[in-house]
Design a binder for this molecule. Structure first.
Ligand SMILES: Nc1ncnc2c1ncn2[C@@H]1O[C@H](COP(=O)(O)OP(=O)(O)O)[C@@H](O)[C@H]1O
Ligand SMILES: [Mg+2]
Length: 258
């Protein structure tokens, strides 16, 4: 890591962030006193077992949920201090989201799905159309612009969702298990497109995923556990995977020897 890398400025700053859920009379603390930065222009990957709090964190960053304590700033603005109106604009203009399920509107064409959110924001249709078409071409779907989403495969729908997440030129792209609903091969292709496009456009990406194929492309990897985020090293993850495989092999050998 060179100096320029270490000095990259923070796009996101969390200060003492705590999020609890109250349920059935009990309280569950998912994040507790979490303080950290996410550098601008990087691809940040969140690992962690199911229920560890990955989606909770992404929802906080996206301004669709608020912490019980602490502050969150994105691009120098404190989103935890925004009122509802400011938050609506923040979500619409500054955030692009890719979910596990694609959430394309079935009654709109592919192109309309991409441009509608921006038209609602009062941007010029012609300009939007051009940008959307350029991005659709980039993901290999220029010829699908006027078709309806339900005629597309899962992988194609997710590529449209990626274009929708980037078309309005957001500050931050959030992806929550974007390949969770795709077969492995399709998932890998979709992921490389997401990574290529965010990189080309210089976007900051925070992505929760189970797919270890992404790890070599990540600039930073964290594990969400014990109510916080632990930075982890790619080599550590690969070593753990090799250890696990070795343990499985020796268990199989033992069972075969019995
Ligand atoms: N709206 C909610 N109400 C109550 N509990 C919730 C809510 N959202 C998430 N949780 C709980 O918080 C924990 C973390 O959930 P989540 O952030 O979805 O984890 P992950 O995305 O890592 O699987 C889980 O135990 C989950 O059941
Ligand atoms: Mg989740």
């Amino acid at each position: 890591m060179n100096n320029a890398e270490t000095q990259r400025k923070a796009l996101i700053t969390l200060q003492g962030v705590t999020r609890r859920y109250r349920q059935n009379g009990g309280t569950q603390t998912v994040l507790e006193d979490c303080t950290m930065d996410f550098a601008e222009g990087h691809c940040h990957v969140l690992l962690g077992r199911s229920g560890s709090g990955k989606s909770t964190l992404l929802n906080l960053l996206g301004g669709i949920d608020a912490p019980d304590a602490g502050t969150i700033s994105v691009g120098g603005r404190e989103i935890t201090a925004m009122d509802e109106e400011q938050l609506t604009l923040y979500r619409r203009r500054d955030i692009g989201t890719v979910f596990q399920f694609f959430y394309l509107l079935p009654t709109l064409s592919v192109l309309e799905n991409i441009t509608l959110p921006m038209e609602l924001d009062g941007r010029r249709p012609a300009e939007l159309r051009q940008r959307a078409m350029d991005l659709l071409a980039r993901v290999g779907l220029a010829d699908k612009a006027d078709t309806m989403p339900e005629t597309l495969s899962g992988g194609e729908q997710q590529r449209v969702a990626i274009v929708r997440a980037l078309a309005h030129d957001p500050l931050l792209v959030l992806a929550d298990e974007p390949t969770g609903n795709l077969d492995r091969n399709t998932g890998e292709k979709v992921l490389s497109l997401l990574l290529e496009l965010t990189r080309e456009t210089g976007k900051t990406l925070v992505m929760a995923t189970h797919s270890h194929e992404t790890l070599p492309f990540a600039d930073r990897i964290y594990e969400v556990r014990d109510r916080g985020l632990q930075p982890i090293d790619l080599e550590d993850v690969l070593r753990q995977e090799r250890d696990l495989q070795e343990r499985a092999r020796s268990m199989r050998r033992e069972m075969a020897a019995r």
